[in-house]
Design a protein. Structure first.
Length: 42
């Protein structure tokens, strides 16, 4: 099983992208999808 990622990545990106990253993460979690599942769908 893949390791869960923490929010550490958000500290390394530009501030204006943090909001988008959070929105995408929240939508993914609400849909019950893993990052790998989203990547496959894209």
């Amino acid at each position: 099983m893949p390791k869960k990622r923490s929010g550490r990545v958000l500290k390394t990106i530009r501030p204006e992208l943090k909001s988008l990253a959070r929105q995408l993460r929240n939508a993914r979690i609400k849909a019950g999808l893993t990052q790998d599942e989203v990547a496959e769908k894209l």
